[in-house]
Design a protein around this ligand. Structure first.
Ligand SMILES: *[C@@H]1O[C@H](CO)[C@@H](O)[C@H](O)[C@H]1NC(C)=O
Ligand SMILES: *[C@@H]1O[C@H](CO)[C@@H](O)[C@H](O)[C@H]1NC(C)=O
Ligand SMILES: *[C@@H]1O[C@H](CO)[C@@H](O)[C@H](O)[C@H]1NC(C)=O
Ligand SMILES: *[C@@H]1O[C@H](CO)[C@@H](O)[C@H](O)[C@H]1NC(C)=O
Ligand SMILES: *[C@@H]1O[C@H](CO)[C@@H](O)[C@H](O)[C@H]1NC(C)=O
Ligand SMILES: *[C@@H]1O[C@H](CO)[C@@H](O)[C@H](O)[C@H]1NC(C)=O
Ligand SMILES: *[C@@H]1O[C@H](CO)[C@@H](O)[C@H](O)[C@H]1NC(C)=O
Length: 414
């Protein structure tokens, strides 16, 4: 052992003359904890008269080889090395963190001396990569949600993907400096998240799914305002919600059986008039949103815009109504006959287009005939004087009501 050290020191001094003759490729060499590394020299197999490998500063001998004596393994390296005596290459086994550092080799080929060094990085392989989501599901929109990516491993870096696309900090996604913590907020952030943890020697993936619970909101109800008796009508209701909302329809104060977002009646009756409300419920949060809409079932052929309705709601008796209808018919006849002579027919001679809105909105429920069918001689009006929202008081010729576009009275209740 003492002899070896002397040889080494001698060679070290001699090596000054050989500086620059590198026999190790540029490093560093990377190894994994518990694994092996191979320090491979660049020289071709030949007869080497001496090989010395040392570690660190001050140098600790790993192996000292003289062609005359064979290899002498340094303390702490017995059973952990394998030396190729024709190239000087060294294999180091069962790496530990303590093996991190600088390695030097001195080779002697007849009269030539080579000195070379390199360094070794021992990395712990990445293991146990995981994503932790806080809070625990259910994740409700609006709260702060964080995804934390952790793993064991030396000098690890992280990359995030969402649904297969790289994630970077943006409007609502915030990634911490070290990319360990990802913060999200919105419903659109639902998806499959993947965190890839890597270091120089290995990588591991962790993934998890985020399901942001939201709604119901964006409530919409599609219902006609007025409809003739005996017609088919459909009420539809929709809301944005995750999970999809469950729906409850009420007519007046009575629940309509079935929890479908759509409700159809093939032949409506007068009793189908009234207030319809649709309530959408998110069954996870219990949050509810409701919309109320009023529907009037009218006598056959009675659907009119402003004019006739005014007559109806001011409670003028049917005879007057009939007179007006006769007058109107005459007017319509004239309009049809005289084509361009339309304007003078409007009261007040206004140029205003008074019939622009085909579906008037009433503040109060529209009056409903209790029995207005033609075979009945004296219809009764339930509500003789409701207040009308429309300021247009002109009586107008009837126009066909073609547009049941949903003009509705919305009330949002949370
Ligand atoms: C070891 O990792 C470093 C990065 O730290 C790299 O530059 C080098 O080329 C790697 N060495 C080998 C032998 O792959
Ligand atoms: C060199 O290595 C070869 C093969 O591993 C072995 O047979 C030989 O004995 C070694 N030489 C010396 C001097 O140890
Ligand atoms: C090799 O040794 C030189 C001089 O001591 C040092 O500057 C250099 O960083 C070392 N190279 C490696 C790869 O360790
Ligand atoms: C850790 O990784 C960074 C970036 O890849 C690198 O710059 C640094 O040198 C590494 N540290 C160690 C001790 O390997
Ligand atoms: C880890 O994720 C990356 C990026 O999506 C992918 O390229 C790689 O194949 C995944 N590896 C494993 C083992 O799933
Ligand atoms: C549920 O309703 C509460 C109270 O109005 C509100 O603070 C919360 O944001 C709602 N939750 C969702 C998911 O819309
Ligand atoms: C609902 O209310 C409207 C108006 O208040 C009424 O005309 C209708 O008959 C009622 N229908 C039912 C089934 O209660």
């Amino acid at each position: 052992m003492v002899a070896s050290v002397v040889v080494f020191l001698t060679m070290a001094i001699l090596s000054v003359y050989c500086a620059g003759l590198e026999v190790l490729p540029p490093g560093p060499v990377n190894g994994t904890l518990g694994g092996n590394v191979f320090f491979k020299t660049t020289i071709n197999p030949t007869t080497l008269s001496a090989i010395v490998w040392t570690f660190g500063d001050p140098p600790v001998i790993i192996v000292d080889f003289l062609s005359s004596e064979g290899p002498v393994t340094g303390e702490g390296y017995v059973g952990r090395i394998s030396l190729d005596n024709s190239t000087g290459s060294l294999e180091l086994l069962k790496l530990t963190i303590a093996d991190n550092g600088e390695y030097r080799v001195i080779l002697r080929v007849s009269d030539l001396m080579y000195l070379s060094n390199t360094s070794l990085n021992v990395y712990e392989t990445v293991s146990g990569a995981s994503i932790t989501i806080t809070p625990n599901p259910p994740i409700i929109e609006g709260g702060s949600v964080t995804l934390t990516c952790d793993a064991a491993g030396f000098n690890i870096t992280r990359e995030w993907m969402k649904d297969g696309h790289p994630v970077s900090s943006g409007d609502n996604i915030i990634l911490s400096e070290d990319k360990r913590v990802l913060s999200i907020k919105k419903r659109t952030d639902s998806g499959e998240y993947l965190c890839r943890v890597s270091n120089h020697v290995s990588s591991e993936n962790a993934s998890d799914t985020v399901n942001v619970i939201y709604g119901p909101d964006g409530m919409e109800i599609r219902v006609p305002n007025e409809i003739e008796v005996g017609q088919k009508f459909t009420l539809t209701c929709s809301a944005d919600s995750n999970p999809p909302a469950s729906y409850t329809w009420m007519h007046n104060e009575t629940e309509i059986p079935g929890h479908s977002p759509e409700f159809t009646k093939e032949k409506d009756e007068y009793s189908d008039s009234g207030e319809y409300s649709c309530t959408a419920t998110n069954d996870v949060t219990g949050n509810k949103t409701s919309v109320v809409h009023k529907l009037s079932v009218k006598a056959e052929g009675s659907l009119t815009p402003d004019g006739l309705s005014v007559v109806v709601i001011t409670g003028i008796v049917i005879i007057v109504l009939l007179v007006v209808e006769v007058a109107v018919s005459v007017a319509v006849y004239f309009i049809k006959k005289n084509g361009s002579n339309v304007e003078p027919m409007h009261r007040g001679g206004s140029q205003q287009h008074v019939y622009e809105n085909p579906s008037p909105v009433y503040e109060n429920p529209s009056p409903v005939y209790e029995n207005p069918s033609p075979e009945n001689t004296s219809p009764v009006y339930e509500n003789p004087s409701p207040v009308r929202d429309n300021t247009q008081q002109n009586q107008s010729p009837p126009l066909p009501l073609t547009d049941f576009k949903s003009t509705y009275d919305t009330r949002i209740m949370q």
